[in-house]
Design a protein around this ligand. Structure first.
Ligand SMILES: *Cc1c(COP(=O)(O)O)cnc(C)c1O
Length: 362
């Protein structure tokens, strides 16, 4: 029998969440972002959950080619663009669109004649200060790209740093939009602006945040990008990570649990041992008190998470026995609650689910 831990991917929830994204941006086309193995959900399942998307966006070249091999004929976008000339040839061969964010990439494209023209997303740095051309450099980069015979359509792109907090004190979304309009003034081509947090701002910023393409990621998997909870945003979890109790200990006041003896019982209690540890992708830094469901009842983790196991408090869950179902996150327990307790975000937890965890579907 396999170890009882499994991640169940809910294809219907992925479809529902994509529809939520579209409802926020009725006039826009949607890239479904499937980088990092579709945030841990698997490319094959993403293809089915997001069959209705207008395109799929990711970072990894091998997976971009796999999408074509799996039969995806609509657009594919490489969000960090190309890294060498071989990537450019692959883009031409498979009809992949890629972001250009620096002079070095444009020079490589100038010096690499291609059998077929490619579409390019030209990226502007409007305050994130990660990738992209400054607004004042943007028109020159555009002109240089436009002059390359094997470049077809150019889409204008930027990325928001704080779209989850419209009135951010440092770099508010409106300031990024102002810089974008400044840098893109007079340039033709579609605009691609909004990640999940930006998508949720679109109804409130009607007329200001206009984007031909949106690029939702986390919301499609049922995680919040920040701001409000996933439930308040009307999202459904796309993954439920479950396991079972494989042991039970009765301990007395003064007994300790786990490595480092970090949890000390202050009374007699029952402790459940769950087949899930950091080698499965559960965060080791989740402290005592991180929420978990046992037999559908919300309780807490106790002590340190070890490689293959963790311990949970069974106080008040008299039904719990070896074989009881445990939900680590997903349906009934928002991944964002677990992430918040562990000092991280749902994104990191989804992406970290380890290869040894079986993936099921419903
Ligand atoms: C990952 C990524 C997205 C999706 O971001 P979410 O916060 O997951 O919605 C959008 N655009 C770019 C450029 C990205 O790298």
């Amino acid at each position: 029998m396999p170890r009882p831990i499994a991640a169940t991917v809910h294809i219907a929830a992925m479809r529902h969440n994509l529809a939520r994204a579209r409802a926020c941006a009725p006039g826009s086309k949607a890239w479904a972002v499937v980088k990092a193995n579709a945030y841990g959900h698997g490319l094959q399942r993403a293809l089915r959950g997001f069959a209705d998307a207008d395109g799929l966006a990711l970072i990894e070249f091998d997976n971009a080619v796999r999408l074509r091999e799996m039969g995806w004929t609509k657009p594919v976008l490489l969000l960090e663009g190309w890294f060498d000339a071989a990537d450019l040839h692959a883009m031409a061969a498979h009809g992949l669109n890629g972001a250009a964010h620096c002079d070095e990439q444009i020079a490589l494209l100038e010096n690499t004649p291609l059998a077929r023209p490619i579409d390019v997303h030209l990226k502007m740095n409007t305050g994130m200060n990660r990738l992209g051309f400054k607004p004042e450099q943007f028109a020159a980069a555009y002109a240089r790209l436009r002059a390359i015979p094997h470049v077809r359509e150019i889409t204008l792109m930027t990325h928001f740093a704080n779209a989850d907090e419209a009135a951010h004190p440092c770099v508010p979304i409106r300031e990024q939009l102002r810089r974008f309009e400044l840098g893109a003034a007079g340039l033709p081509g579609p605009r691609s602006l909004a990640n999940s947090a930006g998508v949720f701002q679109m109804p409130a910023l009607q007329g200001e945040l206009v984007s031909d393409w949106i690029r939702p990621g986390i919301m499609l998997y049922g995680g919040t990008p920040g701001g409000r909870s996933a439930e308040e945003y009307g999202l459904l979890p796309a993954m439920t990570l479950t396991s079972e109790l494989i042991g039970i200990q009765r301990i007395e006041a003064g007994d300790f649990v786990g490595y480092g003896s970090r949890f000390e019982a202050d009374r007699a209690m029952r402790i459940g041992v769950v087949a899930c540890g950091y080698a499965d992708g559960y965060p080791r830094h989740a402290p005592t008190g991180t929420p978990v469901l046992v037999d559908g009842v919300r309780t807490r983790t106790v002590g340190r998470v070890s490689m293959d196991m963790m311990a949970v408090d069974l106080t008040g869950i008299d039904s719990a026995r070896v074989g009881s179902r445990v939900v680590l996150w997903g349906q009934g327990l928002p991944i964002d609650d677990v992430a918040a307790s562990a000092g991280t975000i749902g994104y990191e937890l989804m992406c970290a689910v380890a290869p040894r965890v079986r993936i099921l579907e419903d």
